[in-house]
Design a binder for this molecule. Sequence first.
Ligand SMILES: CC(C)(COP(=O)(O)OP(=O)(O)OC[C@H]1O[C@@H](n2cnc3c(N)ncnc32)[C@H](O)[C@@H]1OP(=O)(O)O)[C@@H](O)C(=O)NCCC(=O)NCCS
Length: 168
Amino acid sequence: MLICETERLYLREWVPDDWKRFQPLATDPRVLRYIGHGKPWTDEQIKSRIANWIEVGRQRGWILWPVIHREDAELIGFCGFWDGFPPDVEIGWRLRPDYWGQGLATEAATAVMEFGFRRWRFPRLISVAQPENKASLRIMEKLGMEFERRFPHDGVDVVCYSKTNPTL
Ligand SMILES: CC(C)(COP(=O)(O)OP(=O)(O)OC[C@H]1O[C@@H](n2cnc3c(N)ncnc32)[C@H](O)[C@@H]1OP(=O)(O)O)[C@@H](O)C(=O)NCCC(=O)NCCS
């Protein structure tokens, strides 16, 4: 099922065999450079995470969804919401390196943020990144998010940006 659409992309629900398409996003060191301690996921971890997203998506509705590139129908990343910092909801993104530098993450995140505020009525959204992850911080700024705090998370220094729901 379709979740949301942009000019060049759409987000849909996960299906079990997406695990193979998602593999580069969970193993490529360029993608993992600023994610936690950068440890790649095993095939079993990838399969179990996708099964979890399918289940949580069914029950709760919001998750990190796969991002599909319209032009070539490739699964190029994910974008959506994560519950790692309750009670806040985090907006997050990850793309395959062969699709970086075209404004695609900003395009996905802009649509997803609007969707979260309108459909899920989140009172606010946060986004957390390692301060060296300049591309991610730039996306937060382009989304109109503002710096909130810096703190250690799992032994890694991170910054948190936030934005209040303008429709409430
Ligand atoms: C973060 C990520 C999704 C960005 O994808 P992208 O499609 O290239 O992003 P966009 O093109 O939409 O925007 C990136 C912005 O950051 C800027 N940018 C990129 N690298 C930069 C750097 N090293 N220093 C400063 N700015 C940088 C770009 O110029 C662009 O800003 P602009 O539109 O003002 O020119 C991608 O790099 C990625 O998947 N990284 C690995 C996973 C990850 O770190 N996810 C986030 C975890 S918090």
